[in-house]
Design a protein around this ligand. Structure first.
Ligand code: ADP
Ligand code: GLC
Length: 490
């Protein structure tokens, strides 16, 4: 490590490939690596979930820190490890009563929030804030602490109390998750009483860890320029729009990048065949065949020639799954499309999708669950990628699909609006078109975009131009990592 390199402590609740529930995990892998590549000295601190500890080799104990929990003091062991996928050391907060359990970082097996989430992430934040002040005397004092989403919001609030402290940067990946907890948790955790105010972390009688991050961090960022504007409006602000508007002086929209080493159709180890922008076929077609054959042992020519729509994502309202459910029967009647969908989330969506698949076993293929290799194969094997999110702070899947020559169909919002160029006549002519964008939030507009897409799919030369334009986009981290570095330094 270069002398004088900027020391940055990342605090987050997930990081690919160790623990990931969505795009947050991807960013917590690729952004710190992009900064490391630019000479920064990084540590990433994560909660010691059971699933995480299981994947890590024996670790060095850095020390113990005792902090206030819900029922008294809680002891956390701080571990350091090197992992082959990470170019910098990981710090893990090992506190078995809070993190050593089966399942998801945030919810139990039945999908309910862990009842002690307030304590889990307050303790995580207290320990992370101490590490940010080098409480273990490791001789590693960060200049900046970069926190992500509500799980880390209290780190900013705790550090704001300290006279000598690192700069704090808080990134909102999704304003829909506010980390709201009742006042009884606030009291039990003995959080500073002056935070309990509309000017602080209180929000209409409860408290919000996300709001704490927004109020107390030195700088707040969100993951696309359009979303940075949208969250300052009542439509997207979840009641925090007024606060965000008043903090515009410290609010920045910085578009996420993608990890172009992991998401690369010419090297991706999950793909049965590789391809690149200079030669899309026959590689892409082989991926389509393999994907279809996973669901239809005898994929005939009709299936191979029909447009294959793909969708990968959390099955929640945000992702416009109800629009997809409403559009499918119309598309099945009007066209010969097939659909392959991978996702998990709300039981109601899982049930409805499974029913559709049972009704149309030759045309609708649903995989409920979480499957990283299959996500890659869908990005590569589908012809069109569906991402009709009602709101989308950034979205990574549409960028993956562009890079894989699978034009996306998206609603004009957040990062989707910032990354996909609609195939209008003019954009097709000048070669800037990369996908299909609809700007009225309803099924009719979504269907209209799908019909335009299917029309163009039948025009191979135009289609290839569209694929090539998407594959040539540079969605790497260079520009955005430089913007973060500039922000850290001001
Ligand atoms: P969000 O973070 O809102 O879920 P993004 O598009 O930013 O949306 O990122 C989603 C990430 O999670 C992508 O890497 C995507 O491939 C992955 N993903 C989502 N659902 C699944 C799933 N069921 N199986 C595998 N990967 C998934
Ligand atoms: C959130 C958002 C998504 C974004 C991701 C990474 O999960 O929903 O739009 O891409 O975080 O920043």
């Amino acid at each position: 490590m270069k002398r004088g390199a900027m020391k940055i402590l990342f605090a987050a609740s997930e990081a690919y490939p160790l623990v990931k529930t969505g795009g947050l995990g991807d960013v917590l892998y690729s952004l710190p690596h992009a900064l490391h590549d630019r000479g920064a000295d990084i540590r990433l601190v994560l909660p010691g979930y059971r699933a995480l500890l299981r994947q890590l080799d024996p670790m060095r104990i850095l020390g113990w820190l005792d902090v206030r929990g819900a029922e008294g003091m809680v002891s956390a062991r701080i571990l350091e490890t090197r992992h082959p996928d990470f170019a910098f050391p990981l710090w893990v907060i090992d506190c078995p009563p809070l993190f050593d359990r089966e399942g998801n970082p945030y919810v139990d097996a039945s999908g309910q929030d862990w009842p002690d989430n307030a304590e889990r992430f307050a303790v995580f934040a207290r320990v992370a804030a101490l590490l940010a002040q080098d409480a273990l005397n490791l001789g590693w004092q960060p200049a900046v602490v970069h926190m992500h989403d509500w799980q880390t919001g209290l780190v900013a609030a705790l550090l704001a109390e300290q006279p000598r402290r690192p700069k704090t940067v808080f990134t909102i990946h999704n304003l829909a998750y506010g980390g709201y907890f009742p006042s009884s948790d606030f009291v039990r955790l003995q959080l500073p009483s002056h935070w309990w105010s509309p000017e602080g972390a209180e929000f209409h009688g409860v408290f919000s860890m996300l709001k704490a991050g927004i109020v107390y961090a030195d700088a707040v960022t969100t993951v696309s320029p359009t979303y940075a504007q949208e969250i300052c409006t009542p439509e997207f602000g979840y009641g925090l729009d007024g606060l965000l508007l008043s903090r515009q002086y410290k609010l920045h929209g910085i578009l996420n990048g993608i990890d172009t080493r992991i998401w690369n159709p010419s090297t991706d180890p999950h793909l049965p065949a590789h391809y690149s922008v200079s030669r899309i076929q026959p590689g892409k077609r082989r991926n389509k065949r393999a994907l279809l054959e996973r669901f239809l042992p005898q994929a005939d020519d009709a299936a191979l020639q029909a447009p294959l729509l793909g969708l990968v994502g959390r099955l929640v309202e945000q992702k416009g799954i109800d629009w997809v459910l409403a559009a499918i029967p119309v598309l099945l009647a009007e066209t010969d499309v097939r659909l392959v969908l991978l996702g998990s989330g709300q039981a109601m969506y899982e049930r409805k999708l499974a029913r559709l698949a049972r009704q149309h076993p030759q045309r609708i293929f649903i995989e409920v669950g979480y499957d990283e290799p299959l996500a890659h194969r869908i990005e590569a094997g589908a012809d069109l990628f569906l991402m009709p999110s009602r709101f989308e702070p950034c979205g990574l899947n549409q960028m993956y699909s562009l890079r894989y020559g699978t034009p996306p169909v998206v609603f004009k919002t957040g990062g989707l609006a910032d990354t996909v160029v609609d195939a209008t006549e003019a954009a097709l002519q000048d070669g800037s078109a990369t996908g299909f964008v609809f700007d009225v939030p309803d099924v009719a507009a979504f269907l209209d975009a799908l019909r335009r897409a299917l029309d163009l799919y039948r025009q191979p030369a135009q289609w290839r131009r569209l694929q090539q334009a998407g594959m040539r986009q540079s969605f790497g981290w260079s520009e955005s990592a430089d913007r973060y570095l500039a922000l850290y330094s001001t």
